[in-house]
Design a protein around this ligand. Sequence first.
Ligand code: PLP
Length: 356
Amino acid sequence: MQIDRSKQLWKEAQMVIPGGVNSPVRAFGAVGGQPVFMQSGSGAELIDVDGNRYIDYVTSWGALILGHAHPAVVSAAQDACSTGTSFGMPTELETRLAGKVADAYPGIDQIRMVSSGTEAVMSAIRLARGFTGRDLILKFDGCYHGHSDGLLVSAGSGVATFAIPGTQGVPASYAEKTLVAPYNDEAAITEIFEKVGSDIACVIVEPVAGNMGVVEPGAAYLQHLKTVSSKFGALLIFDEVITGFRLGPSGAQGRYGVTPDLTVLGKILGGGFPAAGYGGRREIMDALAPKGPVYQAGTLSGNPVAMAAGIAMLDVIASDPPYERLDSLAAQLEQGLGDAASEAGVPVQQNRVASM
Ligand code: PLP
């Protein structure tokens, strides 16, 4: 395969962009070789700058549930662009998308839009702290919730440990407000809450863990998180940045029948544009400024182009639900990979939940 143009662009990028990329996973560190630079995408296919064609299994890290350049999404975004790309004032599109999300998610009465999953998680945690008047947060080892300070942490040693910074640049004093527990371990959660439960503002979890391979929650695990956190007055946050609209139109909360206090959405929500959001019960969301005392804001939040794309994407999903097809395509891929591995005598473990 010839990638001369990508090679040239990679050299140039490294001169003016740190590490040549705007997000570290794009540097191909985990897969080897150098990144290939993309020219265009259509449906499930990508074409790079040297004219090579690919089937795209990345789909912008899960954001493009309809594939590249879906005509309905492109047309909605073009229409929105042609009438102005940002106003710094409210638009009807924000209310329309929020309404659709609130209709789909049992845990969401109201949603505040922001621009990235990281920002949505960070804001949801501030809201949980403001609402409960508590400082500690609890996350799970192996779950990723974006790159904000308190969440970019590693587990210390042992169960129920206070976290240590997972990167240079995070003060130890920030990481100390985060507790880290093992995923899928009911006893560990009970133990932590019995020790410090009255100081915990929230538990944040990927309801199907997608950032350490795919790990499905045990049958009663999510309900256990809900029961224990509500017993101690802590909020349960589902980070549905990956699972939202992917496991079904109501995400993991629809699939497993457990309703969190707060839900974080991203990726698919913006139809391939930068949009994310956090939502929950009305009484909690009322604590946000301008109504309540918890401040959070954004110049480009609820951007009309992203809102229009998100609405168009949700309309396509509603009128032609893709979930059975996604499921069977993912099963086919799983089967093919499994067969190829066993023919080659390579032991392999595949975890799949729907199209994750
Ligand atoms: N939460 C989860 C579960 C994620 O997988 C990610 C990103 O992959 C994030 C949050 C952060 O989202 P973003 O990359 O949009 O900041």
